[in-house]
Design a protein around this ligand. Sequence first.
Ligand code: ADP
Length: 597
Amino acid sequence: MVLSMTIPAVMMSTAFALVASWFFYSRLTHPAVLGWLALKIAIAGIRVLHRIWHTQRGHGFDHLARQRQSGWLLFADGLVWGLGGLVALAGQDSLTLMASISLVGVATMGAFALQAHWPYVVAYCVPVLVPAILVTLLERDPFGLFVGMGLSTLTLCLLGAARLAQNRIGEMLYLRFTNAQLAQERTAALNLAQQQIEEKSLFVATMSHELRTPLHGILGLTRMLQSSSLAGQDRDNLALVERSGEHLLTVINNILDFSRIEAGHLETEHKAFDLCTLLSDVVALNAVTAQAKGLSLQADIDLPASCVVMGDAARLRQILLNLVGNAVKFTHQGWIRVSVSRPAASADGAAPLVFHITDTGVGIAPQDMAHIFAPFKQAEAPAHQRLDGSGLGLTIARAMAHAMNGEVSCTSVLGQGSTFELTLPLPPAIAAATPVATAAIAQPSSETRPSSVRTVPLQGRVILAEDNDVNAMIVEALLRRHGLEVEHQPDGNAVIQAVCNNGIRPDLILMDCLMPMLDGFEATRLIRTDEQTRGLPRIPIVALTASALSEDSARCMAAGMDGYLSKPFTEDQLVSMLNTFLPVSSSPTQAAALNAA
Ligand code: ADP
């Protein structure tokens, strides 16, 4: 800070020395003035060279040595001014006054330029002013005394002010560097935290994939066995296995959703869907459990007949399933009511929809209300009891509501029941918008699943690319049951061989994404390139994958696939996908056989 001003300061001081020499030249002896000017220019030159030398050496020098050298040069420069003052003060009173003013000007400018380092101010200002002070005071006449006292006071003030300035600048620099360091540390900590979240999220996604694959096998085989001729107790046991598997799947999905929310990857859709259908589904899915507990589950829908709205049907469904599911879980007698209404339209458009899920259940204590929306938190359980669940449902529901610009809140009286309120801005859809089929989004539990399997036989040849033998066996059996011819291939290379080098082309390819040798994405790309180069019709390719992130479906589409089914999927979901891509068989005997099965 101080030394960066050396060259401009030396230039200014030399220019002033020239002016002063010109002024005093005619009033004092010429050799004295010229000698002094030569001395001044010499010291100015040395200071400039010293500065340039250090700049060129860059940062690889000894700071203390440099400081000492600069201090001595400043002292020498100050001394030259002080000597000049002595020469000028030797003249008449008017010259004494001019010389004093000049010295005051030089010392003030010096103190200003050097204020960041107090020792420099001392090194420069003391030799400028002290000789003049001594000479004027030693004159012992009133004029000399007056000038001497004035110069002494000014010197003390300059040194005091420089000291204060140095302290202030020191504090300012300390704050600035501390701030910069804090900001750097904060950014590093944020980056680290973000990186850790991303890593955790990747870990969860990978684990979820690894867990889903065998779970798909367990659930698929269980459903296959259920449809075979099993005796009563075995059938019940198998239903328990299926329910446990589905429970595990819900937990995996919750953990995956939570890590997605934590990593800030929660995205929402804005599409038209039929709200009434969605609500009836949610109520129907919970009705069986409610009935089994002897509870009445009522829906009170105060909406116009056609209630097609814009929003994210899948997320809304997930929120409502959680809230209604909780109400059923925590109510042991009485009723549960699901109501929805839209308050009168406001001036700036449709008001948000307000859902209420009210129950006459156990209620929530005031001290628990504060944390039930926090992750992994549940209300205090009665002694020696553990509440069922992971404590993630409400966290996810609220995060999803927030992602859709809505809110979930709760009021409750312990022992009397609770009301959860969900407010969501779901504007009515414009007439042209086609509602998406909400049923296709769900993965309902088999126990409560309304049967929507179209038992119309399909026809065609399907290539099933799947490296897991158990999963392949299940899907193959399902496909054959629906009248399809199936060819199983264990990896991407084998699929390419079968599709691109063989004369018979399949009607559909079900492609696992992660396979050895060649993955499903690359295999799809190669098939699409082959179709383009040979001018062949496009075979529908549907991904069957255990990855359940929305990015995965986007990746499948980008690779050239036409559909996406995440494992474990139900027979309903598989069939509804097949119906989209395959022609229906016209054989009545096949239809009869299928319906009997
Ligand atoms: P969990 O999966 O444990 O149910 P949630 O996040 O969905 O997790 O709920 C957190 C806690 O909030 C529950 O464990 C329960 O204590 C309380 N809770 C949620 N809904 C209700 C309700 N309708 N009645 C009483 N308590 C409820």
